[in-house]
Design a protein around this ligand. Structure first.
Ligand code: THU
Length: 134
């Protein structure tokens, strides 16, 4: 599990990234931050498109950012979008998080700093993963 200090850092980075969200259609700003195996933190925001279905969520942006920077492991992820309501990754993002293990910690945060800490397995039970391909 993650140390409180790391959780705080993830939440701070997610909040910073949320401000960069490109969401002219939904106006729904989402921020995320992924903790790479190296200990570095990578931010991500949602990026929408005039062809709506091409939109990418903040969580996947953060994870892909980390992987593109050379990370092989994702040790945790935080997501936030609302002042009081806690973040919740969509189904597609849950599957992308799960790629990096059943026990990846997911911080469901709000903009006031409140959060719930879960493992991806808890919010995506009975999932399909890399092991199933072997
Ligand atoms: N969105 C995310 O960034 N993450 C989620 O887990 C849920 C949805 C974005 C996609 C779209 O830009 C906006 O929120 C409204 O669906």
């Amino acid at each position: 599990m993650l140390k409180t200090q790391v959780i705080r850092k993830l939440i701070r980075e997610a909040a910073k990234s949320r401000k960069r969200a490109y969401a002219p259609y939904s106006k729904f700003l989402v921020g995320a931050a992924a903790l790479g195996g190296s200990g570095k933190i990578y931010g991500g925001c949602n990026v929408e498109n005039a062809s709506y279905g091409l939109t990418i969520c903040a969580e996947r942006t953060a994870i892909f950012n980390a992987v593109a920077a050379g990370e092989k492991k994702i040790r945790g992820l935080a997501v936030l979008f609302h002042h009081t309501r806690r973040g919740a990754p969509c189904g597609a993002c849950r599957q992308v998080i799960r790629e990096f293990g059943k026990n990846v910690p997911v911080v469901l945060a709000n903009l006031r700093g409140g959060y719930d800490l879960r493992e991806i397995e808890d919010i995506l039970p009975g999932s399909f993963g890399p092991e199933d391909l072997r």
